[in-house]
Structure formats: C-alpha cells, structure tokens
Design a protein around this ligand. Structure first.
Ligand code: HEM
Ligand code: HEM
Length: 216
C-alpha cells in the first residue's frame, strides 16, 4: 500500500467516535422534527380549520417539501448508524438479555427498550411516511378520513407511545453518554423527563382521539 493511501485510513476508534457523534446528531434532528410534528398535530384539537391553517402555512414556507426530503434521509441514516450497536445474531442477543437480567441495571433495560422500539418505529414510520408523503398536501379532511379508516387508529395508538418513549429515552441516553447529566443531577433529570414524557404522551393521544372522532 502506498504512503499516500495509508494516510487516508482513519483509525477504527476515531471512526467510531465520529459515527457516535453522527448518531447523536441524527437522533437529535429527529427529536426536533418530532417535537414540531407533535405540536403541529395538536392543532387538530381546536378543530379542522386550525389544522388546515397550520398545514397551509407550512406549505407556503415550503417546510413540507423540506420535511419530505430530509426526514426520510435522517431516519435512514440514524437507523444505519444505530444498527452498528444492535446484536443481530442470537448469541449476541442472548448475552445482552443475560447481562440485563444479571445486572438488573436501569440503563441496560432502557437500551433494550430503545432498540426494540427503534426496530418497530423503522417499519411503522416508513409506512407512515410513504402514506402521508404520497398523499400530497396535508388537509384535515383527508387526515381525519385516513385515521378513521380501517386499522389506522390502532396503528397510531401503537406508534405514539413507541416514538415518544424512544424520544425521551434517547434524550436521557445522550445526556448520560456525553456527560451532560451528572450522577448528582440524575434523579432530578429523570423525574423531569418522566413528567414531560407523560404530558406529551397525553397531548399526542388527545390529538389522535380528535382525529378518530371528528366529523367533517
Ligand atoms: C422519529 C424517529 C426517531 C427518533 C426521534 C430517534 C431518536 C433517537 C435518539 C435521540 C437517540 C439517542 C442517540 C444516541 O444514543 O446517540 C436514539 C438512539 C437509538 N435509536 Fe433512534 N430515533 C428514531 C428512529 C429510530 C429507528 C427507525 C431506529 C431503528 C432501529 C432507531 C434505533 C435506535 C437505537 C438502537 C438507538 C440506541 C443506540 C445506542 O445504543 O447508542 N431509532 N434514537
Ligand atoms: C415527512 C414526514 C412526515 C409527514 C409528512 C407526516 C405527516 C403526518 C400527518 C398528516 C399526520 C396526521 C394523521 C394522518 O394524516 O394520517 C401525522 C400523524 C402522526 N405522525 Fe407523522 N409525518 C411524518 C413523519 C413522521 C415520523 C418520522 C413519525 C415517527 C416515526 C411520525 C409519527 C406520527 C404520529 C405518531 C402521528 C399521530 C398523531 C399524534 O402524534 O398525535 N410522523 N403525520
């Protein structure tokens, strides 16, 4: 191998640190998107007209097109980076399961929940994005009709807790991994995250209840 070629090889540990950064950044990008997405969906609570105003504003600003392009890319890159850590072979899975039971350590259990929820979100999120992106402009009438058609209420009833849980566990993991949450702060931060998670979950379910019961 020439000297020139070897100079371009990045050591595995540096490459891994770089991928960890990217994984956190893609996770954070998706968290910011989900926060906006959940907030905008809440407009349905105030009726069809308010959702149409919000959706119309997004369209004027071309934010919908931006989301249609960048969110699927973020989603895919985040999955590929996170997949480095997922044991796909049975012996690896059994080892993690054994460790989790042996250590009974909260963070190990949270990691298992994060991985399983991520894989279900991968499937449901891809179906959801395909459906909403190909349907074109967001309108209350079409969203209400979709949620009220076969199976979609159940679909969202499953996706809401999974994705909101993944968001809050993800934020906790980032805080611990990058040293933002110190041991001393941990109980207080956990309490704040759990309370915020419960509030967001209730609001998102309320929005779903409106989609499922509105008559237009
Ligand atoms: C809207 C969708 C998603 C959001 C908001 C999101 C958010 C996050 C965040 C903030 C983290 C913490 C980042 C870190 O530890 O560096 C994370 C970790 C993780 N995510 Fe996601 N994610 C989403 C979709 C997915 C999908 C589709 C998968 C597919 C398998 C996935 C699998 C994982 C895994 C396995 C981890 C833990 C990685 C580790 O141990 O370092 N996520 N996610
Ligand atoms: C460009 C991407 C996206 C678009 C255009 C979009 C659009 C929509 C629309 C229009 C609805 C209303 C219900 C319906 O029409 O069926 C909705 C609801 C919902 N979406 Fe998305 N979405 C996107 C990405 C995502 C992602 C990545 C996730 C998480 C994996 C997600 C999770 C949800 C959930 C859980 C609901 C139920 C409403 C609630 O939270 O209360 N969406 N989305």
């Amino acid at each position: 191998m020439s000297i020139h070629a070897t100079m371009h090889i990045v050591s595995p540990s540096r490459r891994d640190a770089y991928f960890d950064w990217l994984q956190m950044l893609t996770g954070l990008g998706l968290v910011i998107f989900m926060a906006l997405h959940t907030a905008l969906n809440l407009s349905i609570i105030f009726g069809a007209k308010s959702l149409d105003i919000v959706a119309g504003a997004l369209e004027v600003l071309h934010l919908d097109t931006l989301a249609h392009v960048f969110v699927p890319i973020l989603f895919l890159v985040h999955f590929v980076l996170a997949a480095r850590k997922i044991p796909f072979r049975v012996d690896g899975q059994l080892a993690i399961w054994r460790d989790a039971r042996l250590l009974n350590h909260r963070d190990t259990w949270l990691w298992i929940v994060q991985t399983i929820s991520g894989m279900v979100i991968l499937i449901l999120g891809a179906i959801h994005m395909w459906t909403t992106i190909t349907a074109g402009a967001v309108q209350a009438a079409s969203s209400v009709a979709r949620v009220q058609s076969s199976g979609w209420t159940m679909f969202y009833l499953l996706l809401i807790p999974l994705v909101q849980g993944h968001v809050f566990i993800g934020l906790y993991r980032i805080g611990v991994k990058w040293g933002v949450i110190t041991d001393k702060m941990r109980p207080k931060v956990v309490k704040i995250l759990v309370i915020t998670f419960a509030g967001v979950l209730i609001l998102a379910l309320l929005a779903l209840a409106r989609y499922a019961t509105l008559t237009i």
